[in-house]
Design a protein around this ligand. Sequence first.
Ligand code: PLP
Length: 385
Amino acid sequence: MKNWFSQELKSLKEKNLYRRLRILEDPQGTHATFEGREFLLFCSNDYLGLSRHPRVIRAAQKALKTYGVGAGAARLISGTSKAHAALEKKLAQIKGKESALVFASGFLANLGILTAFAGEQDVIIMDKLCHASLVDGARLSKAELRVFPHKNYKKCEELLRGSQGARRRILVTETVFSMDGDLAGLKELVCLKKKYGALLVVDDAHGTGVLGAHGRGATEEGDLSKKIDIIMGTLSKALGGLGGFVAADKIMTDILVNFARPFIFATALPPVLCEAAREALCVVEEEPSLRKRLWDNIRQVHQELTQLGLSIGKPESAILPVMVGDEGEAVEVFEKLLAQGVFIPAVRYPTVPKGKARLRITVSAAHTRQDIARLTVAFAKVLKK
Ligand SMILES: Cc1ncc(COP(=O)(O)O)c(C=O)c1O
């Protein structure tokens, strides 16, 4: 048996797909020590630096005294506190929806949405680059999963047209694609949803706190929040904590409370994290300078690396992937950057398709101009070698 497992791992190593955990010592947000050396990190999804914001920490400390560390039970048992209710009210308001429901993680929220709203008689139509949690949710739901090429809405329409016999058609996209950093065409998808009477689910994990005039996410502009049926997001990226949520009509969140197994059968998100997330949402609203700094940093990183000749897509979000292609080469670039004191993981299959390995840079408002200059110098040195 053991031999079989070591063969599996050996085969991963041969393909440059082996992964291992790295313990970061003294993490300081954008900096950490690793194996005794100090590193600059461009890999966290803490886009606004809120995980360490004094207001967020104070809110968490206060909640710890009131609620303790854990929730003690699932939401439907004794795991729902005032902290959950207050956070859900705030999320519903920010997302422009009647109701919101918090899950213990974003991954669980996606599993919950797709398994609760889709079943054997339904068809789920999904962008090819959707996150693993959406793919797994679709598989678990037993609905037929049909995938359209990335942002190819013509093909998406063909799939909608070809599935008219289904009980329900559920159209699924991310707003900001997590490994490419580009944006979905939400307006096109809203048109298709209307035309074919489909249910539109959008995952705004990487848009919440980053996009929109007030940081409310990708659905803030153009009344999109009203036109999209289900908006999912996480508390674990720009909001700096942990947890997932769904914002939708009350009838939809009622369905989730009654049918979403990852909601029903998992211990609730600790109230301390609810209070931290609620304060983080207030900071997003009240301190727009953080978002401005994030966007200044995104543009600066993009400009400096593009000037070095690196191919990075348009700066549409805080995710700026430097495409490499070959898995082995990506690991090599990662190691070379590490030698320069910069930590940017090489993202490989199965997170991205085979042969599309990349260095996924994520930018934060917490990065300084000196951090960005150090990143540029590190890349310049790697390119010269
Ligand atoms: C697009 C997307 N959806 C969902 C998730 C899962 O969210 P969480 O990390 O809160 O479980 C992620 C996280 O990697 C993500 O990138």
